[in-house]
Design a protein around this ligand. Structure first.
Ligand code: SF4
Length: 458
């Protein structure tokens, strides 16, 4: 008998990618196999993003196209999950009647129960098995590059969700509305998950949360003399220290960070733990204090720049990446210049530059979309050109040098390997040897904006 299959299309952030991995893991526990061919799938899942209008439009197109899938496969099921399912709810079903089930972002962890109740899958296992959180210890490990030919024995890096939701209400952002307030997984549960994955060959874990720096939980501390244990409050630094103890784990990454919650304790912790990678993604958004206040970011540029100096003081070779936004309502030429100046002053290793996208029900939406399209385009290009020039210049410091790389994946079409340095630079190189999962030194021959091209000289 042919095995049943599923197809997942994921839009948006790493949190969605991580959730999609969990949905796939659950279906695989029930005997489903993944497929790249949507037409042959028994279940099609579209994991959606509401952060920008553009992401929603792409998901609309994808969901709309599934009408043809349903016409060819009347028994096939279309499941729409994530932020759009949360934000729009039944409105989506009215627009696309071929959707069989909606699972909102706040209910991601209840995916098995909801799927079971809907009758889409037949899960006859003990009820406890399906009500357990699906961030289960045996979920498969993912690699970042989807077009690779790594096998189950060569899984190297994974995302591990440590918290869900956000309490910050940045004025332009829908995440607190669609994902709800912050909830944190217990320290022991996270450590247990990574320990099991490491025993199966994992080398690197990326801890995921909308704001990892506000992580709060409790952990048990055992008194070696008496064997008794007490509970103590744990923050993100404590969590990092616990994960650092896992034998066999080589690298720890984390994202995303909110500048207002980056503490001195955190900076000293990442400086002292050698498995913690020398990279931080610290979204600045704007160099203008006036715009930062309108964005409700709760810091000034001076404060942010102070953090950069502290990070560079404690970790000299740390790479710092950021998110920047142009065209926020009311952004003037002077505000925009402040962002250009910030980039010139800080020299980010890489920056993601976005155009403001109005999102209904957010505070910024009430301000109108006042910066016209041409101005947004012009500012976007100018800022992106500057950021890319700085990124290339920063990458060029590697030219002719050896970079230590953890080899993560191999492109199935070109045979090229891709690995990352501890400071999060992607290095692409050729080799006839089997290198997946190894840490090796690669000589850098060429510096691009997004990657380094190297040569395996071993
Ligand atoms: S910190 Fe701000 S931008 Fe990030 S998810 Fe929360 S509200 Fe959105």
């Amino acid at each position: 008998m042919n095995k049943k299959t599923y197809f997942i299309r994921t839009f948006g952030c790493q949190m969605n990618e991580s959730d999609s991995d969990m949905f796939g893991a659950y279906l695989e526990q029930l005997g489903y196999m993944p497929t790249d061919n949507v037409d042959e799938a028994d279940i099609v899942i579209v994991n959606t993003c509401s952060v920008r209008q553009h992401a929603e439009e792409r998901a609309f197109t994808e969901i709309g196209d599934l009408k043809h899938y349903k016409a060819k496969n009347p028994a096939g099921k279309v499941v729409v999950v994530g932020c759009m399912a949360e934000r729009m709810g039944k409105e989506l079903k009215v627009k696309f009647p071929h959707i069989d089930l909606l699972v909102g972002a706040k209910s991601a962890e209840q995916f098995p129960e909801i799927m079971k109740k809907s009758g889409i899958i037949a899960d006859t296992r003990d009820a406890r098995a399906t009500t357990e959180k699906i961030a289960a210890p045996d979920k498969p490990v993912r690699n970042d590059t989807k077009t690779t030919d790594e096998s189950a024995t060569t899984k190297i890096t994974t995302f591990v969700t440590i918290s869900r939701g956000c309490n910050n209400y940045c004025s332009y952002c829908v995440v607190p509305y669609v994902r709800g307030p912050e909830e944190y997984r217990p320290v022991e549960e996270i450590v247990e998950e990574i320990t099991k994955l490491t025993a199966n060959g994992l080398k690197e874990a990326t801890l995921l949360g909308q704001n990892v720096n506000s992580y709060r939980s409790v952990m048990s501390v055992i008194d070696p003399a008496s064997g008794s244990y007490t509970l103590k409050e744990a923050d993100f630094s404590d969590l990092l220290a616990e994960i650092h103890k896992i034998v066999g784990l080589k690298r720890i990454r984390y994202m995303t960070n909110h500048p207002k919650d980056v503490s001195d304790k955190f900076i000293k912790t990442i400086a002292s733990l050698n498995k913690v990678c020398t990279h931080i993604h610290l979204p600045l958004q704007s160099g203008s204090d006036r715009v930062l206040e309108l964005m409700n970011r709760k810091y000034t540029f001076e404060y942010y720049y102070g953090l950069i100096r502290k990070l560079r003081y404690h970790i000299a070779d740390i790479s710092i990446t950021t998110d920047l936004m142009v065209g926020f309502p009311g952004e003037t030429d002077k505000d925009f210049k402040a962002t250009l100046d910030a980039v010139s002053k800080i020299k980010f290793d890489f920056a993601y530059v976005f155009k403001y996208s109005p999102r209904e029900n957010t505070e910024a939406f009430k301000l109108g979309d006042t910066v016209n399209k041409e101005t947004k385009e012009k500012r976007h290009k100018e800022l992106l050109d500057l950021c890319n020039a700085v990124a290339r210049e920063k990458n060029s410091k590697y030219l002719g040098k050896l970079a230590e790389v953890l080899v993560e994946s191999r492109q199935s079409d070109t045979g090229e390997y891709m690995g990352k340095t501890k400071d999060n630079r992607a290095v692409v190189f050729q080799s006839a040897r089997e290198l997946l999962g190894q840490s090796i030194n690669i000589k850098i021959k060429e510096a691009k904006v997004h990657s380094l091209i190297g040569e395996n000289i071993a």
